[in-house]
Write a protein that binds this ligand. Structure first.
Ligand code: HPA
Length: 234
């Protein structure tokens, strides 16, 4: 049965769903990285596809931007479509000097200014962490392929514009690798549902050096990240 935000039928999604923020990225991934992909939902143009990667069923769906949007889709996928693994594939702004544009980050944990996990956790601080088996699979695959990868803590911000001037220096000091807008919520909701979650990120901008990737660099970064993630799932 369709849900309020997904028009697919039971069984239309694979156990594992990749979640890029942009629904057109989901279409690109389905077309260029999966075989036999079919579109299974397009409510609000938030396209979702199911196909195969080397014979293994995999889905990909846009999550939108920010914890509220991502949480709606991930919750419905897990609760109504039986999805077991949700893997955000996105971009982040780096906040450490030793990171460069195009670097890959695995979000082992995600801090946040969002209140969603406190709502879930009786007002206390919940340590939002990635699924160890998923994290290990991607890290091991990267190592075996000689792909450089940073594993560590990130920050999921509710604000894209107008963040407090003190935020970035604080994140740098606390060893945070990058800022994005979804992982902490995704980790919290997956834990609550006994599902597995991971966030794989490409550094698209550098917030200390004020650098940003070109459109071509973004495309290349996306392809590398998706190829690595899909290989790790085999
Ligand atoms: N802030 C939040 N999300 C982001 C950023 C950023 O600077 N860069 C890429 N995603």
């Amino acid at each position: 049965m369709p849900t309020p935000h997904i028009s697919a039928q039971p069984g239309d999604f694979a156990d594992t769903v990749l979640l890029p923020g942009d629904p057109l990225r989901a279409a690109y991934i389905a077309e260029h990285h999966l075989q036999n992909a079919v579109c299974v939902t397009k409510v609000r143009n938030m396209f979702g596809f199911t196909g195969e990667y080397l014979g293994q069923r995999v889905s990909v769906m846009g999550s939108g931007m920010g914890i509220p949007s991502c949480s709606i889709y991930a919750s419905e996928l897990i609760d109504h479509y039986g999805v077991k693994r949700v893997i955000r594939v996105g971009t982040c702004g780096a906040v450490q000097e030793d990171l460069a544009l195009g670097d890959l980050i695995l979000a082992q944990g995600a801090c946040t200014d969002s209140g969603v996990n406190r709502q879930r956790f009786g007002g206390q601080d919940y340590a939002a962490i990635a699924s160890w088996p998923l994290l290990k699979a991607v890290a091991d695959t990267a190592e075996s392929q000689g792909v450089a990868l940073r594993v560590g803590n990130i920050y999921s911000s509710d604000l894209f514009y107008g963040v407090d001037d003190t935020l970035i220096p604080r994140l740098t000091r606390m060893g945070i690798l990058g800022i994005e807008m979804e992982a902490a919520g995704l980790y919290g909701l997956a834990a609550e549902r006994k599902a597995e979650a991971l966030t794989v990120l490409t550094v698209s901008d550098h917030l200390l050096r004020h650098e940003a990737m070109s459109a071509d660099q973004r495309q290349l970064g996306l392809d590398r990240m998706i190829a690595l993630t899909l290989q790790a799932l085999l």
